[in-house]
Structures are given as C-alpha cells and as structure tokens.
Design a protein. Sequence first.
Length: 299
Amino acid sequence: MTTHAPQTAPHTARSVTPSVTLPASLDEAVAALTEMPAAVPVAGGTDLMAAVNRGRLRPAGLVGLGRINEIRGWQYQDGHALLGAGLTHARMGRPDFAALIPALAAASRVAGPPQIRNAGTLGGNVVSAAPTGDSLPVLAALEADLVVVGPLGSRELPVSHLLAGRDMLAPGELVAFVRVPLLHAPQVFLKATGRTGPARATASVAVVLDPARRGVRCAVGAIAPMPLRPLEAEQWIASLIDWDGERGLAPEALTAFGEYVGAACVPDPQGDEPLPPGVLHLRRTVAALARRALGRALS
Ligand SMILES: Cc1cc2nc3c(=O)[nH]c(=O)nc-3n(C[C@H](O)[C@H](O)[C@H](O)COP(=O)(O)OP(=O)(O)OC[C@H]3O[C@@H](n4cnc5c(N)ncnc54)[C@H](O)[C@@H]3O)c2cc1C
C-alpha cells in the first residue's frame, strides 16, 4: 500500500494586508519610515508592485510618496537643477524639461510603455538600480549627486556610489532630489532594444558635452550591473575637438571613438580566445551607439 503525506494548503503563510501611509511632506515620510522600519517607500509602484505580485517582496507596510509635492518638480540651485525624486518619466519627457536636460528627457521618453512612464519616477529608477534603468547612464555621464533625507538629516552622495552599492540607503532614508549640473550644451541618449516598440535596453549610451571643462562625458548602460564610463576614450576624443571653433569631427574620428568605447566596455576575453559572436555583436552595438551619439551631439 502506498501512503501519501497529508495534503496541505499550497499557501499556508498568513496573508497580512500591509498598512499604507500617505505622508504629505518629506519630513512626514521619514517619520513614518522611522516609526515602522519594516515599511518600504513606494513611488509609482511600477517596480515595487511587480515584485510584490511575483511574490518576491511582502512588505509589512507601505509609505506612499505620491502626495509629496516638494519632490514632484524641480528648482534651480547654483548652476544645477535640483530634480525631485517624484518626477515621472512622462513629466521629464516634456519639451520644457528637454530644454534643460536633453539626455534625461530623451531617456525618459523611451523608459517603457506610456502607462509605465506616467507612473514611474526618477527616484524609483535610481533606487531600483536595474542595469536597464534608462536614466542611469545619463546621470552617470552628468556626474549627478543624490540628496538623501533621513532621521539624522540630509546628506549628498554621488549617484555612482549608490549604484555601486558603496553607499546604501540607511533605514528611514529616502532619495529626495537628484542634483544635476546645467551644462547648456548638447547631450544625447540612445538606446538599442531587441525589438521594435517599448522595451528594455540591450545597450544604451549617453554622451554629454561640457564646454566649460572642455570635456566629453560618456556612459554606457545595460551591459553591466551599473553604467560604465570609458574615461580614456572620453579624454582622447575631447582632445581632438576644437572647443573654440566649429566643434566638428571627421567621420573617421567618430568611428574611432565608437570603437574605443566598444572595446573599453566590452573587452577582449583573457588569452587568445576570439570574442564569441554575441559579445562581438554587443561591442559593435555599443560602438555604433557611441559614434552616433557623439556625432549628434557635435552636429
Ligand atoms: C512593463 C515595464 C516596463 C518597464 N520598462 C522600463 C524601461 O524601458 N526603462 C526603464 O528605465 N525602466 C523600465 N521599467 C522599470 C520602472 O518603470 C522604472 O524603474 C521606474 O522608474 C521605477 O519608478 P517607480 O516610481 O515606479 O518606483 P517604485 O516601484 O515605486 O519603487 C522602486 C524601488 O525604489 C524605492 N523607492 C522609490 N522611490 C524612492 C525614493 N524617493 N527614495 C527611496 N527609495 C525609493 C522603492 O522602495 C522600491 O524599492 C519598466 C517597468 C515595467 C513594469
């Protein structure tokens, strides 16, 4: 006779409805998170609720950030824009924002389908830190900083530190603003996807000109856990630009820049092994994006 273990219900865990708090200010949000350390902040919910729906996250409480007006716009401060973490992709994609930070507007316009862009926020994109986060290479190229508020006050940290996991948010801390330098010069964001229509990037490139520092800054997204900066390629190409003149470059120089960026970000394997076809394709994609992005920025 075969015996069977007694059948149990597939989900025996007690389902608990999370408490939801809707603060109207950053101070109230920090207080709510401090009072209930097991609660998590939620902005647009496009990443967080997907994790909840997949059963990967079961927060005991939610602190909604959607009613905090002070983080839904931007202000000017010492040659910088202080962008509220609650700015949606849809808002950043509008022409007035594009006149301010063109590459971030371009990235926002392709960050998923319209319903995601209407809800998803800058702060959520940064804190989720997905390799395919479209704002991330732009913020890396702009060398943006985060303004974080928490129970001990506020502090600033480079976006790259958070993305590299070197400077994690402490309990009760929130990203309040992203501080971005206003460069008043062309900047371009380009994204490659595996298909037509809205999709996650297989590779993306942001190129930013910084005429005051006679610099070109470039960041490559989606091909590594965090955006990559090809610093030598940036310095080399910046040295070829006539910053006081036309700022144009010969097509050969643009092609060489693309190849430099591609080889720096998708390096050769160790030893004499040839690049596998998929990796070679990725390197060529990165090279093409970098060449085109710089060409558009200089044209
Ligand atoms: C179908 C689909 C397609 C998508 N396509 C793209 C795409 O093409 N490109 C792209 O970049 N992204 C894409 N996304 C991802 C997502 O929309 C973005 O990452 C979005 O910007 C997340 O913002 P949110 O406000 O929805 O974050 P939420 O989901 O609310 O939060 C995400 C995380 O950040 C934390 N958080 C949010 N705000 C703060 C804050 N101010 N301080 C501290 N922590 C905070 C939350 O606790 C959570 O851990 C897609 C998502 C979906 C579901």
